[in-house]
Design a binder for this molecule. Structure first.
Ligand code: AVI
Length: 322
């Protein structure tokens, strides 16, 4: 996930709203969930009991941190730990803490397009581990990787945690790993957090939490559009609706119009009609089988170098080798 906290209007958001609300069915990408308020709600979601993903991945990393270090640094070779997305604190810190205690020779390179998210993380990490080598990159993921390859020949270990890969369509996921493959050297590694397919009721509950935080997270997208694009969405006239299909492994989030209504988007000079019950599709959160993960590695030129799960096998952290 890339966090955005700037208040300037994002031209990509304008384009997304202009095109997405003219499509049938209407759609808006979950990429735009993460303004300052959306990022705050997502941090809270990670702690609600129904949202098992963060807890499960924490368990995986905690139980497997020693094996991960052996994979990352055989013979104590130096490595660069490049984290895509500035990290959500606890999970990354668990690894930084273990690697530092073991005196591993590594540089931590958090990459994010949000300067705010990066600054917060850097302040925090340098306070907790003053001796850690830290090289933050305020950049797009792939630009940052391009530059890294020109700067050093240490082994790169790329972290892409939190099931962020689940928010890609299957084609986007293949494109993402192909781009990583192009930028890495033979022997470099990628550690990805994948949410696994499991009892559908458990997955469904994670996106319909009893606290209603996922609903607030989804509706916040309309609040953002009201603020950034001078629109007049009535948030009380839209509801959160979630489906999970155990056949496709896709959890899908929608906003549903609770009445026939018309919304004005001032900055785009646009009027958007909604029928009663009409949807805006906002997010896909894909859940994977081991076979699908193996196929993804194979199709994008990686081999599977490590497979780690929690005791319930809800979540897998998987190491691909270039
Ligand atoms: C960031 N991403 C992996 C989360 C997910 O589970 O798809 C975002 C989220 N959406 C609803 N709850 C959390």
């Amino acid at each position: 996930m890339m966090l955005e906290t700037s208040t300037a209007v994002d031209p990509a958001l304008m384009e997304e709203v202009r095109t997405g609300l003219q499509q049938q069915p209407k759609r808006l990408s979950s990429r735009f969930f993460y303004d300052a308020e959306g990022s705050r709600i997502f941090q809270a979601i990670m702690h609600v009991p129904d949202y098992y993903l963060t807890r499960s991945e924490y368990e995986v990393l905690d139980t497997c941190k020693a094996s991960l270090l052996e994979l990352f640094a055989p013979d104590d070779r130096p490595f660069e730990l490049v984290e895509l997305g500035a990290g959500d604190g606890l999970k990354t810190k668990l690894l930084l803490d273990h690697f530092s205690r073991e005196r591993a020779d590594f540089t931590y390179v958090p990459v994010d397009i949000s300067a705010d998210a990066l600054d917060g993380l850097v302040a925090d990490v340098s306070q907790q581990w003053p001796d850690l080598q830290l090289r933050p990159r305020h950049d797009d993921y792939f630009n940052a990787l391009d530059q890294l390859s020109e700067e050093s020949d240490a082994r790169r270990v790329v972290l892409f945690l939190g099931s962020n890969v689940g928010n890609f369509s299957p084609d986007e996921a293949v494109g993402f790993y192909q781009q990583l493959h192009d930028r890495l050297q033979p022997g470099d590694l990628v550690l990805t957090g994948f949410d696994l397919q499991k009892h559908p009721a458990i997955i469904h509950a994670a996106y319909n939490d009893r606290e209603g935080l996922t609903r607030d997270f989804n509706l916040n997208l309309l609040r953002r559009i009201n603020r950034d694009l001078n629109a007049d969405f009535d948030l009380s006239a839209f509801s959160h609706y979630e489906t999970y299909s155990p056949e496709t492994g896709e959890a899908r989030s929608y906003l549903v119009s609770e009445k026939a209504q018309t919304v004005q988007i001032g900055s785009l000079d646009m009027t958007v009609p909604f029928q009663y019950g009409e949807i805006i599709h906002t997010e896909i959160s894909r859940k994977f089988t081991r076979h699908q993960i193996e196929q993804l590695a194979e199709r994008t030129g990686f081999s599977l170098a490590g497979w780690f799960t929690d005791a319930s096998a809800y979540f897998a952290d998987v190491v691909f080798e270039r």
